[in-house]
Write a protein of this length. Structure first.
Length: 234
């Protein structure tokens, strides 16, 4: 019954995250009641799964650190209040390693989406066609890098077939490696600086959607862990 109940709670959390993402996309807000429900349901999941006191101490500690750090971002106007509450509530659900993966995925997805939104929000000026093109190229490189990292995390496979072999071949020609790295970094930094400088107004970053996406990804792994827990009980 504990395994069945844990699955029901995970399904409820997944539904809540989908609702959070949709409402954040539509109204740029996440309801306090939704965040409160996620937080209050966490202790029920602890009981269903059977976390130890050590696990709970670490999870409560990471929740406190998450709240402090995100509150600082909120004070600096870099994060919305609903996003702070959602991420803090999710810190109650996942062990430290899984929560770190969630935060990393949030940063990857949120960074890619933010850069793409910044390009769409950029003000074009006459005589800056080349700079605009470099900005679009830099945005494309950034988004592709974010997508590649997300793909690698979700599938457990490298973006390229043999990264070690590719790196080894490039290391044989140090000058080529340095030149290629400098070119890519230079184009990316110049393009992103141009995109940021030409913003029409303040752009709200889609943290809520990125948090929900990261949480849903971790939930898939959590469901597998719960299934293994049930098998062990059997």
């Amino acid at each position: 019954m504990g395994v069945v109940f844990s699955y029901a709670l995970l399904a409820g959390l997944a539904t809540a995250l989908i609702v959070a993402a949709v409402t954040d996309l539509r109204s740029r807000t996440i309801a306090n009641r939704l965040n409160l429900a996620i937080a209050l349901a966490a202790p029920l999941y602890w009981l269903a799964v059977g976390y130890s006191w050590v696990d709970l101490v670490f999870m409560l500690g990471q929740t406190a650190l998450t709240f402090v750090f995100c509150t600082a971002l909120f004070a600096a106007r870099q994060m919305g209040g609903g996003d702070v509450k959602l991420l803090t509530a999710l810190a109650l659900w996942f062990p430290p390693l899984a929560f770190f993966e969630l935060v990393f995925m949030m940063a990857v997805l949120g960074g890619g989406a933010s850069v793409a939104m910044a390009l769409a929000n950029m003000q074009r000026r006459p005589g800056e066609t080349v700079r605009d093109a470099i900005g679009a190229l830099a945005t494309g490189l950034w988004v592709c890098a974010a997508a590649g990292i997300a793909f690698s995390l979700m599938t457990g496979r490298p973006v390229f077939g043999d990264p070690a072999g590719i790196a080894g071949n490039m290391m044989k020609n140090t000058a080529l490696l340095v030149a290629a790295t400098a070119l890519v970094l230079g184009v990316t930094l110049f393009g992103l600086f141009h995109v940021v400088r030409r913003q029409k107004g303040k752009l709200r970053m889609p943290y809520g959607i990125a948090i929900a996406a990261g949480g849903l990804w971790i939930l898939g792994e959590q469901a597998v862990s719960t299934a293994r827990f049930g098998a062990n009980l059997g």
